[in-house]
Design a binder for this molecule. Structure first.
Ligand code: ZN
Ligand code: ZN
Length: 1070
């Protein structure tokens, strides 16, 4: 829609009429700003000339303030200065008119007072080093009863400021070097003032041009300004307790869920908003669908029918449920790949009716899911005459030891997870024989969750389970799974469970409401200058979320990572406070994996009961934890989990027969912009096959060691573990005289302990809020627990830590007690650590030949030295301060493996102008990319700031590929990489050599988990390094490359010298 054709609605001035020009956009997008002047300048009514005087005075005052970083820009301060300039009073209404005219530039809102303290309290010393900050100054006053609902209790002050300070300053775009923002010179200040004045003139001209002849631009602006007079939060607060307040205040109370407007109306309303600038780039509507019922033949027994009626109000079954029940009763296995309930409880009831000794295992990926489902099943059984006594038990890591024996002896149904099967049930199969003999149903929920390395482990655990069942004489157990909609559900079930005879049910018979799907592209910052990029996707997403919540639409906002989740929550806090919508704010929460279990259960309950209007979550909520009915889903950026994850998240809204909304807010990342260009793919493209690597020798060997301990292996067990089993048994297990294979002593006495199916547990730091300690009734509360490997980078002294969107300052960190003390403090910056880690091999324990090569692989002790030497304070992505830290380095020992880069290869690269640091870094990632357990192995990533910085580094590193286990992990992963080094090296080499990409991709030399974003990288270099280690000829083509002249390269790599070897070490053959 061309914007000048749009009819102005009522008396509001659409904000975009002002800040953003109205006329056909295309011709205006030329680089030259002067094109604006090409249009005839309309005559200004006197009102605007006077308004301009006010603006100019304000502009001068604010420019002065912003040149002094430590100045509190509150309205009273600004007002007195402006009034002195104008010799006239400055009314609130005048400022509101300016805000209505230039909404993108003028900030005029109540803000918690503590947010401003950076301006007033902190003087930046000449050394730029912070000496023990006075945390007392940051503490909030008063105590709150609930931390989770901690609405700002602070006093609020009215802030008047301009928001465009960073405008026009182009980001260098390299992302390589950090620099402090230059202090504003008087000339730059003058420029800033001029630019803002121009902006005002443009805005007035645009408004005048866009005003229809029969309207008065002055009246329009004055009416619009009424909405911009800030409302003090304290004034709004009482409204939240009144359910109806039709004529008080400007805000309507949030409608009850049942009386919320239809999604269609809401979208229409969005399109009419002042801030709407064609963000909806694609829309698809899925019509409502009636339920498809089917009749079961033979019908359900009267008691089961009664149970369904009484406990679930079910009187008829949908087609997919009938199909699943039929298949199971005919002895087949089933996977139901739909978005609704699968109907696995009915067959269970049928088995129990015909044989009360029947048992079943229900497996869920998370404890929370298992809890939900267990309660529902118990209720169903209780309503079923004759089955009331059936014992259903949770059997997971939290089950007390003293209850476990009872469960093994008497339970009919257990709710558990694969971790327990692997480490507790199977190793003690002798105590589980009653249960395993009578096992009729194994239900694996959320089957799509199991893929990648975890999926490969789970697949082997299932094979162990089936083998043990068969050994106790049970070959009748049937398997039923449900999953989100995935590409090949039957195939996936076959991979994970190792079974055939699978019926796929993919037609969903349940009814569904209409669903609107929007693809949302944030608008350009300045339509006249596309090079400035687009507005922040986070601001767009939170704006949309606030809009929906205000209309009673219950929303979940999915963020990709924990950090963006907290920042989104923080943004919502600020915006809702500024809007005076504390009534909504107290009904929004964030939800992440790191939160304590207690907090998570609490949030889930709040959500389920309908108390929450909004949840900001990471994909921790992607799985089916029941949080009740949601009306809308907003996805902030394309999820890391890909298309399957995308659809799973989108499916979280509108499970019942009610209309729903899903919005994908695109980031500026290439993957997001791809879907802006090809939105149909979001719906129509098949998801990638879920990968389960059944051939990984590393994983297979681990489970063979476990299986042999459960009962010795024979060659016949190949039916479970496949052909590669034989060779591994011969080489890695111990064979007795009768031909049975036994666990290698290295894994004894408890093999499962050596095999961690989700990756090894890391030690954790407690993050403790001590704000209220020392105050009446104040106690310390644990906010989160953080793995050691992250703690270092998130909780250093002075760090800003965000929890539930609230900011805390880290006051004290003890690495001895693994605890960080934090105080609550409203600051308007975030922090980012500056650090490096040296990884040094110090002693060799084992040496292994590289096949057909004179070179060797090494395994041994590794020293890690991490130094967080400072941090940046960032506000709006700009660095406002660099603080040095005097923290002690974090040194620890671990085990690792390494491969030295041959001297010849190093010389070859230097001679042809290649950067060895790039080559080594890429080769390391290529190696890890081909190693199945790579998540538990780290490497020394090359840091761009160091490799490309202007002067040479003192920190030269040996030319070595090195991999280590993060401290605290003892999964024996490095030794596995060492044992399989020949396979991995060969795979890595072949993959890099054959990869079709040009400069490296995540298939070959890039890693999504690279700590330094794969900036220091070279695909050709990686290949040279790998070839050299494998002693293969190096093609001269590889050496022909064009050096990047823009980067200054210094040699940061020195030849690797050999590492001290422990006594008696012999070279092992390849
Ligand atoms: Zn590639
Ligand atoms: Zn890296």
């Amino acid at each position: 829609m061309s914007s000048n054709s749009r009819k102005r609605k009522g008396s509001t001035v659409p904000e975009q009429d002002n800040g953003v020009p109205k006329k056909p956009r295309a011709p205006r997008q030329s680089k030259s700003k002067k094109t604006v002047q090409a249009e005839p300048t309309p005559e200004w009514p006197e009102y605007f000339t006077n308004l301009f005087k006010v603006f100019k005075a304000l502009n001068t005052v604010l420019a002065f303030c912003s040149s002094r970083k430590n100045f509190a820009i509150t309205f009273p301060v600004v007002r007195s200065s402006v009034e002195a300039l104008l010799h006239a009073p400055l009314e609130l209404e005048k400022v509101a008119e300016l805000k209505a005219l230039l909404p993108e530039i003028v900030k005029f809102a109540y803000t918690p007072k503590s947010e401003l303290r950076i301006h007033s309290d902190q003087q930046v010393g000449p050394s730029r080093r912070e000496r023990s900050p006075d945390y007392a100054a940051f503490q909030t006053a008063g105590a709150s009863s609930s931390r989770l609902n901690d609405v700002d209790e602070d006093e609020h002050v009215l802030v008047l400021d301009f928001l465009d300070n960073s405008r026009g300053k182009k980001n260098a775009g390299t992302g390589l070097a950090y620099a402090l923002p230059p202090a504003l010179t008087p000339a730059a200040t003058k420029k800033l003032v001029e630019r803002r004045n121009e902006r005002f003139i443009e805005a007035v001209n645009e408004l005048l041009r866009a005003t229809p002849l029969d309207d008065d631009p002055v009246v329009l602006l004055q009416v619009a300004a009424r909405d911009h007079i800030p409302v003090h939060p304290a004034v709004i607060r009482p409204l939240t307790t009144l359910s109806q307040s039709p004529d008080k205040g400007k805000y309507k109370a949030v409608p009850e869920p049942d009386s919320r407007p239809a999604i269609e109306e809401v979208i229409q309303e969005i399109e009419g908003q002042e801030w709407y600038a064609e963000q909806i780039s694609y829309r698809r509507i899925f019509d409502a669908k009636d339920g498809q019922l089917a009749i079961l033949d033979p019908p359900l027994s009267e008691s089961i029918a009664q149970a369904l009626r009484d406990s679930r109000k079910i009187t008829s079954l949908y087609t997919h449920q009938v199909a699943a029940i039929d298949a199971l009763s005919q002895g087949q296995n089933v996977i139901v790949s739909t978005s609704t309930a699968s109907g696995k409880s009915v067959p269970l009831l049928q088995f129990l009716e015909s044989d009360p000794h029947s048992t079943a295992i229900f497996i869920y990926p998370t404890k929370a899911l298992a809890q939900d489902q267990r309660a529902a099943l118990e209720q169903l059984l209780y309503s079923c005459p004759g089955l009331e006594h059936i014992q259903v038990s949770t059997y997971d890591g939290d089950t007390p030891q003293e209850l476990r024996a009872g469960i093994r002896d008497t339970a009919s149904v257990i709710f558990t997870n694969f971790d327990m099967l692997h480490a507790s049930v199977l190793p003690h199969e002798d105590t589980w024989r009653r249960f395993l003999k009578n096992l009729k149903i194994v239900a694996v929920d959320e089957l799509h969750y199991y893929h990648g390395i975890f999926g490969s482990h789970v697949a082997q655990v299932m094979r162990r389970l089936r083998r043990v069942c068969a050994a106790v004489g049970n070959r009748r157990a049937r398997f039923v799974s449900c999953s989100a909609t995935i590409a090949k559900p039957g195939q996936h079930m076959r991979n994970i469970l190792g079974i055939d005879n699978i019926v796929e049910v993919t037609e969903d018979g349940a009814p569904s409401g209409r669903k609107d799907f929007l693809v949302w592209n944030p608008p350009l910052k300045d339509p006249m200058d596309p090079t400035l990029g687009r507005l922040s996707s986070m601001t767009e997403a939170t704006k949309l979320m606030r809009f929906l919540m205000a209309r009673g639409v219950r929303v979940i906002l999915f963020c990709k990572i924990r950090k963006s989740c907290e920042l989104a929550m923080k943004t919502l806090r600020q915006e809702l406070t500024a809007d005076g919508r504390l009534d909504i704010l107290e009904r929004v929460m964030s939800y992440r994996g790191g939160y304590s279990q207690e907090d998570r259960r609490k949030i889930e309950r709040e959500a389920f009961s309908g108390n929450l209007l909004g949840i900001v979550a990471t994909n921790a909520l992607e799985l089916g934890v029941d949080i009740g009915v949601l009306d809308a889903v907003i996805m902030l950026g394309f999820p890391i989990g890909g298309l399957a994850s995308f659809r799973q998240q989108a499916g979280r809204a509108g499970r019942r027969a009610r209309d729903a909304l899903a919005v994908f807010v695109a980031d500026s990342l290439p993957v997001d912009q791809h879907f802006i260009n090809y939105p149909e793919e979001l719906f129509d493209r098949t998801t990638d096959d879920l990968i389960v690597d059944l051939d990984s020798k590393v994983i297979l060997e681990a489970h063979l060691q476990c299986a042999a301990h459960e009962m010795p292996l024979t060659d016949e067990d190949e039916v479970y573990f496949g052909p590669p089993m034989k060779e591994l048994c011969e080489t890695r297990l111990i064979k007795d005289k009768e031909g049975w294979y036994h666990t290698h002593p290295r894994y004894l006495p408890y093999p499962a302990k050596h095999v961690s199916i989700r990756g090894a547990e890391e030690e954790k730091y407690s993050v403790v809020d001590v704000t209220r300690v020392g105050k009446p009734g104040g106690i310390a509360t644990i906010l989160e627990e953080i793995e050691v490997s992250r703690a270092l980078f998130e909780i250093y002294e002075g760090a800003v830590f965000i929890h539930q969107g609230l900011t805390f300052l880290v006051q004290e960190v003890s690495h001895d007690t693994k605890m960080a003390k934090l105080v609550r403090s409203d600051v308007n910056w975030i922090t980012e650590p500056r650090d490096f880690t040296n990884v040094d091999a110090v002693q060799t324990y084992r040496i292994r030949e590289i096949k057909d090569s004179p070179h060797r692989a090494f395994y041994g002790r590794v020293e890690l030295f991490t130094l967080v030497y400072g941090y940046f304070k960032l506000r709006n992505k700009a660095i406002i301060d660099a603080v040095d830290l005097d923290t002690p380095p974090w040194q620890r020992e671990t085990t690792g493996m390494w491969l030295d880069v041959p001297k010849s290869a190093l010389e070859l690269m230097r001679a042809s102008g290649m950067n060895p640091a790039e080559a080594i870094h890429s080769a390391q990632h290529a190696f890890l990319n081909r190693f199945a357990l790579a998540v538990d192995l780290k490497t020394e990533c090359k840091v761009p700031e160091k490799e490309y910085k202007a002067h040479t580094s003192q920190r030269k590193r040996p030319a070595r590929l090195i991999f280590y286990e993060p401290s605290g992990k003892t999964g024996g992963v490095a030794v596995k990489a060492f044992d399989h080094v020949n396979d991995i090296l060969r795979d890595a080499h072949d993959r890099v050599e054959n990869c079709q990409c040009e400069d490296g991709c995540t298939e070959c030399v890039d890693s999504p988990s690279c700590k330094e974003g794969n900036v220091v990288a070279s695909k050709a270099g990686a290949l040279i390094v790998l070839k050299a280690i494998l002693a293969r000829p190096i093609d001269v083509d590889l050496l022909q490359h064009e050096p990047d002249e823009t980067l200054q390269v210094h040699d940061t790599v020195v030849e690797a010298t050999s590492v001290r070897t422990a006594e008696g070490v012999e070279v092992e053959s390849s």
